[in-house]
Unconditional design. Structure first.
Length: 527
């Protein structure tokens, strides 16, 4: 049994903490455990905060623990970290940012060693930079689930690396609960042993899950559901320790009409997609149906309908039967790739590459139009950032398959918002534009060669122009020439012929092996 420190700052909550029981344990014991770990360990703490009910519950526990300690005992820094994926549901993002501000304001007033941090993905890793910029297909459960790592996990890793020294191993407080799902229970059972407070599976930080054994009713109990008005002096129902009301959380969860947990900040790339939760990305195509945003719409937030329709459309592009309508035949390395059937090696399936550039341009225009319309209607919504637009422009101009010599992104943006809102500097990397591209197309047709090949060779020459040393030039030319620059049908026929030859050779080797086995058996009988 650990000592429960009761410094005067905790007096408002003391009766509540001493009276209440959560998951079979007195709340006072659980707060005392957190205080013990805080005092025992010298490392900084991180509260992984998403704005959902579970992360709000663990932040409440941290406030209780710190309020019960004297100022001299509050020695370790506590970082409250929220990862803004830049694809958050606008209504959730607005509420969460207000909560973050309230947490910092109250911590400063009470002298608590809390520092809030809002982290974001690197610009080149955001959802739109990868989907619209590079043309990566929308994530799905079958394949290509790149989003979790790039926009959720990596930002935290970058934060931890920049914030903490190599000899510091921060303790990360997470709101995972075994009762959330079978998957979550399996993760907790695998990494959180009964004889340790922490999950030490990652050497860079230790996870602490204080509510892992709680049920959903325990969470709502802590957030104020069972506190009657006037039951505890100076403690209002639903009021958080940082002064905001938790009733807004109830309204959000009622709107989604779902019982799953919010998207975790610190988990693994194999964790479930977050689109089915209250606090996932509105762009999440990992799930077939986004129950969260659909629930909000059904409960009156009809202004979110355009976002839901666009998400549903992006999800539809992942269906195998329609991939060829949206994605190029070549991959970003210029190759036409194939996948052979597991049961029949002669059955060749061609692997589609990135989304067509002209479709990405249409989708960007649609995204910008949605953003403009939402804001004109009085809804605070930032669907894509200026930095992302500059990154997408760069990716289009340097697209490995169909570089955008016309440099259309500025005109797409200005067709929606008009000129002057964003300054798009003149691209001085290349002197070639739409007119030059048309000339190359005409000459390529005349001389029966690939216009894209000519463009790539010209871009290579321009990139090396003025360099005293052109080391590796011929190797780079060879790599360009090695790509599949002929017609797609020619490349496909080439792959099919290669497979046929491989299949024939494999059969020959099988036959030869069978003959050798027969000869070996005869020799064994003879001798």
């Amino acid at each position: 049994m650990h000592q429960f420190y009761q410094y005067e700052d905790i007096s408002v909550y003391l009766d509540f903490i001493n009276d209440q029981v959560f998951s079979g344990r007195p709340l006072s014991e659980q707060v005392a455990e957190l205080q013990y770990l805080y005092l025992e360990e010298s490392q900084p703490w991180v509260v992984a905060f998403s704005g959902g009910k579970d992360s709000t519950a663990i932040l409440t526990l941290m406030f209780f623990a710190l309020l019960g300690l004297s100022p001299a005992q509050r020695k370790n820094k506590v970082y409250v970290v929220f990862c803004d994926t830049l694809a958050e549901v606008p209504i959730y993002l607005s509420k969460t940012l207000k909560t973050i501000k309230a947490v910092q304001r109250t911590a400063d007033q009470l002298g608590l060693p809390i520092e809030t941090k809002i982290i974001t993905p690197k610009t080149q890793d955001t959802f739109w930079a990868r989907l619209l910029g590079r043309g990566y297909p929308a994530p799905n459960l079958r394949l290509n689930r790149w989003c979790t790592e790039k926009i959720k996990l990596n930002p935290f890793k970058h934060f931890a690396k920049a914030q903490f020294s190599s000899n510091e191993s921060p303790i990360v407080m997470i709101g995972s609960r075994a009762a959330e799902s079978v998957n979550r229970q399996a993760i907790i059972e695998k990494y959180h042993s009964s004889d340790s407070y922490f999950d030490d599976s990652d050497p860079s930080y230790r996870r602490y899950a204080p509510i892992k054994d709680w049920g959903v009713n325990d969470v709502w109990h802590l957030l104020g559901q069972r506190v009657a008005p006037g039951q505890y002096e100076d403690m209002e129902p639903w009021e958080s320790p940082w002064g905001t009301s938790n009733i807004g959380l109830v309204e959000l969860y009622d709107s989604t009409n779902s019982t799953s947990g919010e998207c975790p900040l610190v988990e693994t790339a194999s964790s479930p997609g977050c689109g089915k939760s209250r606090f996932g990305c509105w762009t999440c195509t990992v799930v077939t149906k986004d129950k969260a945003i659909d629930g909000l719409i059904a409960n009156g937030e009809t202004w979110l309908e355009p976002l839901a329709k666009f998400r549903n459309f992006l999800h539809s592009t992942t269906e195998p039967s329609v991939k060829q309508l949206y994605r190029q035949d070549r991959r970003r390395d210029g190759k036409v790739s194939v996948k052979h059937g597991l049961q029949d090696e002669k059955n060749v399936e061609f692997i589609q590459g990135p989304y067509f550039l002209h479709l990405r341009k249409e989708w960007l225009a649609h995204l910008l139009t949605m953003e403009k319309d939402l804001n004109l209607a009085g809804h605070e919504a930032s669907l894509i950032t200026e930095d992302e637009l500059h990154e997408i422009r760069y990716q289009w101009r340097n697209d490995p398959l169909t570089p955008d010599w016309a440099d259309e992104l500025p005109s797409i943006y200005e067709s929606v918002y008009g000129k002057g809102k964003i300054n798009f500097p003149k691209d001085d990397v290349s002197n070639f534009g739409e007119l030059e591209a048309q000339v190359i197309d005409q000459l390529a047709t005349q001389y029966e060669t690939s216009a894209d090949l000519v463009r790539k060779l010209i871009e290579l020459e321009v990139s090396l122009n003025g360099l005293g040393k052109r080391q590796g030039l011929f190797q780079r030319i060879d790599r360009i020439l090695a790509q599949d620059w002929g017609s797609v049908e020619h490349a496909k026929n080439k792959r099919e012929n290669e497979k046929a030859i491989h299949y024939a050779l494999t059969q020959d080797l099988t036959d030869i092996g069978a003959e050798l086995d027969g000869i070996t058996a005869m020799l064994n009988k003879e001798f």
